[in-house]
Design a binder for this molecule. Structure first.
Ligand code: ZN
Length: 358
C-alpha cells in the first residue's frame, strides 16, 4: 500500500472556526453524530457556529462501544432527511458510529451486517471527524469498530476515510482523568503496534516512533496537570500521528486480544487493548522490540503503574479457552512479528490473569 493521507487534516487551536470554509464546502445539509459531552465542553456549539448557514441535524445519543443496531437505527431515523454530510464529533465511539451511518445512508438497501462485506458497497456520505479525545485516531483512518453479537468487530473501507479532520487539543482539556488515561493508552498502543507491525515501512516508522515518544513523555504530564496546554497538544499530535501510522500498517494481535476484555469484562477500549501488549512483546521477535523496551527504560509495567492504573481482573479457564480459539483466527495475526497459535494466545491471557489478579 502506498503512503497516502487522503484526509484534509486541520490541527491546532480553534481549527473548526479557522477551517470552516472547508467544512462548509462539502454539502448543504449536515448530520452531527455526537454524545452528551460535546455539549458540555463547547465543541458542539463551535461546530454549529461554523455551520451557521447550513441545515444541521444533531443525533446526540452516542454510547460507548456502539453496536450495529444503533448504527441501523440512526440511519433509519435520518434516511428521509436527504443529508449530504455526516460529522462524527466526540471520541472513537462517535466517529465510528458516524462512519457506519454514512455508509448506511448512502446505500439504503444495506443492512448493518453488510458493513463487514466491503465488496457490497463502494461509497459513503462524505465524513468529517472532530475528535474530542486524543486516542483513537479514527479521524484519519479507514477503520470502524462496532459491537456485533456481543463482540467488537472492525472493518476497513476506503469510503469511510474522513474527508476532513479537525483536531483541536483544547477539547481534551476537560476530559475526566480515566478517559485521558484510557484514550492515551490506546494511542500509545497504536503507535507501538504500528511500529512493530510486519507491514511497517520507513515512512510509517517515522510517524509511529515520533508518536510513541510524544505520548510516553506527555501522557504522564496531562494526567498530573489536565490543563497543561502544551502537553495536551503533544498528546493530541501523538494520537493523530499514530492514527496515520496504523491506517497504513494495521495493529498487531495485541490490540485484538483486548477486545473480549472490553465486551466481557467492561474495560475501556484503550486500557483493554494496551494491557496485552507487554505480555505479547515478550513473544515478539526482531530488533524493533529493543526500541520499544528502551522507550520505557526496560520497565513497561512500571510505566503503566506510574499512570495510576489500578485494576483487578478475574479471568476463568473457560474464558481463556474460548477467547484464545477465537483470536487465533483474527486477521491481525498476519501483521504480528511472531507465531500466535491458540496455545500462545492462551498463555498470554493466563499471564494477564495472574498479573492483575490483585
Ligand atoms: Zn485502539
Amino acid at each position: 500500500m502506498p503512503f497516502q493521507v487522503t484526509t484534509k487534516v486541520f490541527f491546532g487551536a480553534v481549527v473548526v472556526s479557522k477551517g470552516k470554509s472547508a467544512l462548509n464546502s462539502l454539502g448543504r445539509k449536515y448530520l452531527i453524530v455526537t454524545g452528551t459531552s460535546s455539549r458540555a465542553n463547547g465543541a458542539l456549539d463551535e461546530v454549529l457556529a461554523a455551520l451557521s448557514g447550513k441545515e444541521v441535524l444533531v443525533f446526540d445519543g452516542v454510547v460507548e462501544n456502539p453496536g450495529l443496531e444503533l448504527a441501523e437505527s440512526v440511519a433509519r431515523q435520518f434516511k428521509d432527511a436527504t443529508l449530504d454530510v455526516v460529522v462524527g464529533l466526540g471520541g472513537g465511539s462517535a466517529m465510528d458510529l458516524a462512519k457506519a451511518v454514512a455508509v448506511l445512508l448512502e446505500n439504503e438497501t444495506l443492512s448493518g451486517r453488510d458493513l463487514y462485506s466491503p465488496l457490497k458497497y463502494a461509497r459513503a456520505k462524505p465524513i468529517v471527524c472532530i475528535p474530542t479525545t486524543a486516542g483513537t485516531g479514527s479521524e484519519v483512518t479507514p477503520y470502524c469498530v462496532l459491537v456485533s453479537d456481543g463482540r467488537k468487530r472492525g472493518f476497513a473501507h476506503e469510503s469511510i476515510v474522513p474527508k476532513i479532520a479537525f483536531i483541536d487539543p483544547k477539547y481534551t482539556h476537560t476530559l475526566p482523568g480515566e478517559i485521558t488515561l484510557s484514550t492515551g493508552l490506546d494511542a500509545l498502543a497504536h503507535s507501538l503496534e504500528s511500529y512493530l507491525s510486519l507491514r511497517a515501512d520507513p515512512l510509517t516508522e517515522s510517524l509511529s516512533t515520533e508518536a510513541a515518544r510524544l505520548l510516553v513523555e506527555n501522557l504522564p504530564k496531562v494526567l498530573r496537570e489536565p490543563t497543561d496546554a502544551r502537553a495536551r497538544e503533544k498528546v493530541s499530535l501523538g494520537a493523530t500521528l499514530a492514527g496515520i501510522a496504523i491506517a497504513h500498517t494495521g495493529s498487531t494481535i495485541a490490540h485484538a486480544l483486548g477486545n473480549p476484555l472490553t465486551t466481557e469484562k467492561g474495560l475501556r477500549h484503550g486500557i483493554a487493548s494496551f494491557l496485552p501488549l507487554p505480555f505479547c512483546l515478550k513473544r515478539y521477535r526482531g530488533e524493533k522490540v529493543g526500541f520499544v523496551q528502551e522507550l520505557f527504560n526496560g520497565k513497561i509495567f512500571d510505566f503503566i503503574e506510574s499512570l495510576g492504573l489500578e485494576l483487578k481482573l478475574t479471568i476463568g479457564g473457560e474464558e481463556v479457552e474460548r477467547w484464545s480459539a477465537e483470536l487465533a483466527r483474527d486477521v491481525h495475526i498476519r501483521n504480528t512479528p511472531a507465531e500466535f497459535t491458540t496455545d500462545v494466545i492462551a498463555s498470554v491471557y493466563r499471564e494477564i490473569a495472574e498479573y492483575f489478579s490483585g
